[in-house]
Design a protein around this ligand. Structure first.
Ligand code: SF4
Ligand code: SF4
Length: 527
């Protein structure tokens, strides 16, 4: 069991609403971004003397720009339906982690400056000045929200605390109080191309290694191409897929699916990141800058389709906003959705009977499935309502003999967050991450006890990283979390190609051409 410097909650059979304990997480706040992490994103480096006026001006701007924010500020009736729905409240007992408690941190400032009664008689409506103490509370508790939207499912008015958290972070960034983890990562995307800071040569080495590993294991030459001009498909995937377990096993699976589909595809060393942390900090401009890299590469590589790998919030950004952020996509093949999820691609092939599986290859596992928040509550898949729930499960059932869902109150649109989403996947928030994972881990533990489940599959890089880290705190194994396409990879029966015994230069794979050295160098320099 992993050692903790805090008390790890005991697992119970069912989540219980804890007694409210004010201030239990007041000490929790992520590291603040230094000026060098702020400026590349267009934010000031530190608080100015007139920060309060700046913050109120920014808040007014957002209230004008996002009608939903003003509606959320005005419409809460304090019914209490959301109070026990946030995993961070259930795990920490802190009332400011109740969704309504979190909202009220902004609402009391909103009322003070943007409502008549709040201006005249603030105490009557619980309005307060935007003091440094209030700002510190904002920084702490708006970084204890993973923007998972679970609370909005239960709110009769549909108030979305995720959007309030995004707005709060945008206001704080605009006055020089950014979060180190998110803002440093966004800077890496601008300078290197991905969250992990993996340069082009490292990506190419990794992919060559994967080709060798898969060939050694299967005798089939599966390609993992990068920067191939003229490939049909550009795969945009989280950079964790390039090296970390269990993510990379998913990437191996994508390649095998493309191989069986007989399509040409490529990764990009310039757009080598599906994740878009611009959403976590509520910054439309940074979300747009990150998304535009995908557009630039789609044009440069002359692809016809774009497919996203397993990343929850990347799919939310792609599904909901990609067209607005980086469209129009009229240069792509209009016969395919823009963008498409790798699960949709694999599922379509399964439906058409184009993939063959040996399900016994996964018989050492009994599976359950974790619905990642951003896929579950902020996107869809396929052309049927609920496709984002049904398609991943259908794939798992096609490749595994043993599958059991967790309790119905903890899956599909009621799924519990992994505890590390929304820009909180940083070691300086480990206590929050472990405590916030409690409701999900309890549901997992129940199916382990009752059904003999051994592994949990997910289609989100953050979920996989989070569970790898937090499961040991609860006495579980880090490798109990697996990539969905890892299961596909284990079971898929590969078809050898005629060129499997020939050497690479003679294989004539598809029509795609690798970028020549000059092109590759220019991409590396741009990154
Ligand atoms: S969006 Fe998720 S993390 Fe944020 S308050 Fe709602 S339930 Fe909690
Ligand atoms: S459920 Fe909605 S209306 Fe009720 S307290 Fe929560 S935010 Fe307010």
């Amino acid at each position: 069991m992993a050692k903790a410097t805090f008390v790890v909650p005991a697992l119970r059979q069912y989540p219980q609403v804890p007694a409210v304990t004010p201030g239990t997480m007041a000490h929790s706040a992520p590291f603040v971004a230094k000026p060098e992490f702020q400026s590349p994103l267009g934010f000031p480096g530190a608080l100015a003397d007139d920060w309060q006026a700046q913050a109120i001006t920014k808040m007014g701007e957002l209230l004008g720009k996002y009608r939903s924010l003003r509606v959320y500020m005005d419409s809460c009736v304090k019914c209490g339906a959301c109070t026990d729905k946030c995993h961070y409240f259930l795990g920490t007992k802190d009332p400011k982690n109740m969704p309504v408690g979190r909202q009220d941190l902004m609402r009391k400032v909103y009322r003070r400056y943007f409502t008549l009664v709040g201006r005249i008689a603030p105490k009557l409506v619980g309005a307060t000045d935007f003091t440094k103490e209030v700002l510190d509370d904002w920084y702490s508790y708006f970084h204890q929200c993973s923007q998972c939207r679970r609370c909005s499912v239960f709110c009769p008015y549909g108030i979305d605390t995720a959007e309030i958290s995004m707005a709060a972070r945008e206001i704080m960034d605009s006055i020089g109080v950014g979060q180190k983890y998110c803002n440093e990562i966004i800077g890496k995307v601008y300078t290197i191309g991905n969250n992990l800071g993996l340069p082009g040569p490292a990506l190419r080495d990794t992919l060559e290694g994967l080709e060798e590993d898969v060939y050694d294991e299967t005798g089939v030459k599966v390609r993992y191409p990068i920067d191939q001009v003229g490939a049909d498909i550009l795969l945009v995937t989280p950079s964790a897929d390039f090296f970390a377990e269990p993510h990379v096993d998913g990437l191996i699976g994508y390649g095998k699916v493309f191989h069986e589909a007989g399509v040409s595809w490529t990764l990009s060393s310039y757009a080598s990141e599906a994740a878009n942390f611009g959403m976590f900090i509520g910054s439309y401009e940074n979300m747009r800058r990150i998304s535009l890299r995908i557009r630039e590469e789609a044009i440069r590589l002359k692809v016809k389709r774009i497919i996203f790998g397993e990343c929850g919030h990347a799919w939310r950004v792609a599904y909901s906003f990609l067209n607005t952020l980086a469209g129009p996509w009229d240069f792509l093949d209009s016969r395919y959705p823009v963008p498409q999820h790798i699960c949709e691609f694999t599922y379509d092939l399964i439906q058409q009977g184009k993939l063959t599986f040996d399900k016994t290859q996964n018989d050492d596992k009994v599976l359950t499935y974790h619905d990642s928040c951003n896929v579950a509550r902020a996107s869809r898949m396929g052309d049927q309502p609920g496709g984002q729930f049904d398609i991943p499960r259908a794939i798992i059932k096609a490749v595994c003999n043993q599958f059991y869902d967790m309790d119905e109150d903890t899956i599909r649109d009621r799924t519990f967050c992994c505890g590390g989403g929304g820009g909180l996947l940083t070691d300086d928030l480990m206590e929050l991450r472990v405590k916030g994972a409690q409701p999900r881990v309890e549901a997992l533990n129940n199916v382990m006890q009752e059904k003999g489940v051994t592994h949990m599959a997910a289609i989100c890089a953050i979920c996989k990283s989070q569970f790898t880290k937090v499961l040991p705190y609860y006495g579980m194994e880090m490798d109990q979390i697996v990539s969905l396409h890892q299961l596909v990879s284990n079971a898929i029966v590969l078809t050898p190609r005629e060129d499997d015994d020939e050497d690479d230069d003679e294989d004539g794979e598809d029509d795609a051409q690798a970028l020549d050295d000059d092109d590759s160098e220019s991409i590396d320099e741009a990154a």
